[in-house]
Structures are given as structure tokens and as C-alpha cells.
Design a protein around this ligand. Structure first.
Ligand code: OZS
Ligand code: MG
Length: 214
């Protein structure tokens, strides 16, 4: 039977990356996507911006919306301080199965909680199910037409506190216009655009960093 792209990406990780070395996993995926098959990982150029935001935020509790194959999950987890936790939501069980193995191979599994399901169901359960108080950092990289809905849901569920950082991928390509319009015009956020390029291409893209003002 035919393999899927995530399965071929995982095979490249097993073949090229060193078990327990998160940077080698990131490098193996980027090489696979540059040389073999494009895939919708945040990539290295935007990934370095993600790394800098994670490092400066020094978060104790992180939410990622959209695990996909676990590329950004591994980037974030490898930069977390001890005892910090990353909860990552993935809707597609096949993608989740690949991501679990990428995360395990990178050796960051103890910092990561991969939850299978949809944001509308799980965001309201974060406090009761995982003992989350608020998120210090949220990385939005799931369906672009859900960014705004889920941001409002996180506000309503009291999951953001003064200083919480939202970092959204793809605000240019494919774009999240309703999210951008809301977040840039809301008095409750201070936003900053980081111009970059769509992963593994020359197309324009960028990340939007927004700090919740409470
Ligand atoms: O569509 C893109 N990303 C969509 C990403 C979608 C991924 O997020 C999961 N998800 C859905 N809901 C949840 C949650 F969290 F709600 F449970 C998680 C989906 O199952 C999928 O694995 C995309 C597209 C391009 N591109 O160039 O077309 C480039 C990119 O960087 C992209 O991220
Ligand atoms: Mg993306």
C-alpha cells in the first residue's frame, strides 16, 4: 500500500537524525522538505523566529494548535526550561501517530502532551483535564479559518493572562485575514509582524506575535 507524506517524512527522520538529538531531527525534516517533498512544517527561516520568541518568553506552559508531524513541537520543546510543559493539539489521528514518533525520536516526549481531537472540544477542557491555569505562549499553526475562533475561545476560557504571547504562523500565506484584523485592532493585544518566507519557498509569509494585555 502507498505510504503517506508524513510517513515518508518520519522515515527520513529515522534514517538521517540521531535519536535523542532534537536539532538533528529538525535538520533531517528540513533536508527532506528541501530535497524530496514540500511539507507544511514552519521550516527553518520562520523556525528561527519561533525559537527566538520561545527563548525570550521562557514559557512554563505552552499550547500548540496544529501538531502535524511534530516539527515545531520538537523545536519548541527543545528550548523549554526544565519542568515546563507543551500541550499540542492534533485533529488527524494519522498525523498524530507520526508526530508521536518524531517527538519520541527527538527525545522530548517527557515535555510534550499530544492531545488528539479538535480545538473547540479541548480548549474548554484545558484547566480541568491538564491542570492548566494560563498559557504563557500559544503557537497557532492549525486551520487558518480557526485562528480567530480559537483565540476568542481561549479568552473566554480564561486561558490567557497579562503577558501571554500568541504567535501565529502563515498570516500572509495562506493567510488568516480575520484573525489579523481582530488582533491588530484589539486594545487587548500589542502585535508585531515578523516578515519571512513560506517554508522551503521564496514566497512571502510571516509570523504575527501578539502579547495579551489583560
Ligand atoms: O494549511 C496549513 N496548515 C493547516 C494545518 C493543519 C494541521 O493542524 C491539525 N489541526 C486541525 N485542528 C487542530 C486543533 F488544534 F484545532 F485541534 C489541529 C490538522 O489535523 C493538520 O494536521 C498550512 C498551509 C501552508 N501552505 O503553504 O499551504 C503552509 C503552512 O505553514 C500551513 O500551516
Ligand atoms: Mg504553518
Amino acid at each position: 500500500t502507498q505510504s503517506t507524506r508524513p510517513q515518508r517524512l518520519l522515515a527520513a527522520v529515522h534514517k538521517k537524525a540521531t535519536r535523542g538529538n532534537p536539532r538533528s531531527v529538525v535538520k533531517a525534516i528540513d533536508e527532506f522538505c528541501n530535497q524530496n517533498e514540500w511539507a507544511m512544517n514552519v521550516g527553518n527561516e520562520k523556525g528561527e523566529i519561533l525559537d527566538s520568541v520561545v527563548s525570550e518568553t521562557n514559557p512554563g506552559c505552552v499550547l500548540e494548535l496544529g501538531t502535524y508531524c511534530g516539527y515545531s513541537t520538537v523545536r519548541i520543546a527543545s528550548l523549554l526550561p526544565p519542568h515546563a510543559q507543551l500541550i499540542t493539539l492534533e485533529f488527524n489521528p494519522d498525523n498524530a501517530a507520526v508526530a508521536r514518533q518524531v517527538i519520541a525520536w527527538a527525545g522530548v516526549a517527557e515535555k510534550v502532551r499530544l492531545v488528539e481531537g479538535e480545538s473547540g472540544e479541548w480548549i474548554p477542557k484545558m484547566k480541568e483535564q491538564f491542570g492548566v491555569k494560563t498559557f504563557d505562549l500559544v503557537f497557532l499553526d492549525h486551520w487558518k479559518n480557526r485562528y480567530l475562533l480559537d483565540t476568542k475561545l481561549m479568552e473566554e476560557c480564561g486561558l490567557l493572562k497579562k503577558g501571554s504571547v500568541l504567535l501565529a504562523d502563515n498570516v500572509v500565506c495562506p493567510g488568516a485575514p480575520d484573525y489579523l484584523e481582530y488582533i491588530r485592532n484589539s486594545p487587548q493585544y500589542k502585535s508585531q509582524f515578523f516578515k519571512s518566507h513560506l517554508e522551503y519557498t521564496k514566497a512571502e509569509d510571516g509570523l504575527e506575535k501578539s502579547v495579551f494585555l489583560g
